[in-house]
Design a protein around this ligand. Structure first.
Ligand SMILES: Nc1ncnc2c1ncn2[C@@H]1O[C@H](COP(=O)(O)OP(=O)(O)O)[C@@H](O)[C@H]1O
Ligand SMILES: [Mg+2]
Length: 325
């Protein structure tokens, strides 16, 4: 398990002011983050640009040192035994950095494997396996410059696995990829957690990606976790009301009047819909039971009846609305 406790990062930079003057500038990029990641789990850091996602992931992957706070990886503090930690983690940045265009996919992996000092025989077997895992068998001996974007990103994933880490950090893994390729990459990420039991932390500014992939989500803003939970609990804690949706096969003025009366009795608000036969009731409790009774007694032509789960996107919009008020 990875545990980060009160993690902070402050950057001290110098900003040019005029011709000779330089002013010190202090940026508190991460202001005390706590998080946990277990093997086999995917967690997500979600936030807009500048929220502190990359800084957090860089501290966890030992690329930069934290200003304060602690990180434990399987019980070992990361500054205590850096060599051991480096065997356990790896990071994949989005985009096309970290791969050599003139080299083939296999040569790239070989190069990175050498950096970890992996014995040749072990490395060869591992590369064989990784190439199969990310589906690059046919293109392994082709220079990377001839790869598609999706293939390059899959090679990045293989590179991130070259030291056989237990934990993998992915910074915006689908940034700049077309929707079908992004979908394919998400499938590989899921596979790594489920089949390989890797603990995966990914950052994204893309809500749907985080909602689809992550078991647990941290929402970052200005270097702080402003909310955390599963997609479901985040939405539930934000929305105190429930939405029950009733779809009828047809609608007429008599039915409409019945529905209006029902809403009044139940203290529910009916939301406007593009189709008159679909009604969304917002109320304190779910209305399925009382609607079933109504459908029965009034013989309404039922088509569908369900409770709508709030989407994470709605949650975030709702949270930012509340913060800005
Ligand atoms: N090397 C650096 N030096 C100074 N400031 C930095 C540096 N890296 C990031 N920052 C600042 O830290 C804040 C968080 O950045 P970052 O972690 O990259 O956010 P995100 O990945 O969520 O977009 C931003 O205000 C950014 O400008
Ligand atoms: Mg970033």
């Amino acid at each position: 398990m990875i545990e980060a406790i009160n993690l902070k990062k402050t950057y001290h930079t110098k900003v040019k002011k005029g011709l000779f003057k330089r002013e010190k500038d202090i940026v508190e990029a991460v202001k005390g983050i706590n998080l946990r990641l277990e093997q086999g789990q995917i967690i997500g850091l979600l936030g807009i640009n500048g929220a502190g996602k990359t800084t957090t992931i860089k501290m966890l992957s030992t690329l930069i040192k934290s200003t304060s706070g602690e990180i434990f990886i399987d019980g070992v503090e990361i500054n205590e035994n850096p060599l051991k930690i480096k065997q356990k983690v790896n990071m994949i940045a989005g985009g096309e950095r970290m791969i050599y265009w003139r080299l083939t996919g296999r040569e790239n992996l070989w190069y990175y494997g050498q950096l970890y000092g992996i014995p040749d025989k072990v490395l060869k077997a591992r590369i064989d396996r990784l190439i199969t895992l990310v589906g690059l068998n046919e293109k392994q001996d082709v220079p990377v410059e001839r790869y598609s974007k999706g293939m390059k990103q899959r090679l990045q994933i293989a590179r991130g696995l070259i030291n056989n880490p237990d934990y993998l950090f992915m910074d915006e893994p689908t940034l700049g990829l077309d929707a079908p390729i992004a979908k394919e990459i998400r499938a590989y990420i899921k596979k790594l957690a489920v089949e390989e039991q890797k603990g995966i932390l990914l950052t994204s500014h893309y809500i749907h990606e985080v909602e689809e992939l992550c078991d647990y989500i941290y929402i970052l803003d200005h270097g702080e976790v402003i909310l955390e939970g599963t997609a479901k609990t985040l939405s539930e804690s934000t929305f105190e009301t429930k939405i029950t949706v009733l779809e009828l096969a047809e609608i007429n003025p008599a039915i409409e009047a019945t529905i209006q009366k029902f809403a009044l009795d139940e203290k529910a608000v009916i939301h406007e819909q593009t189709h008159a036969h679909i009604m969304r009731f917002e109320s304190k409790n779910e209305l399925t039971e009382s609607l079933v009774k109504l459908i029965h007694s009034e013989k309404l032509p039922l088509s569908k009846l369900y409770v709508e789960a709030p989407k994470l996107e709605d949650t975030i919009i709702e949270i930012s609305r509340r913060v800005s008020i």
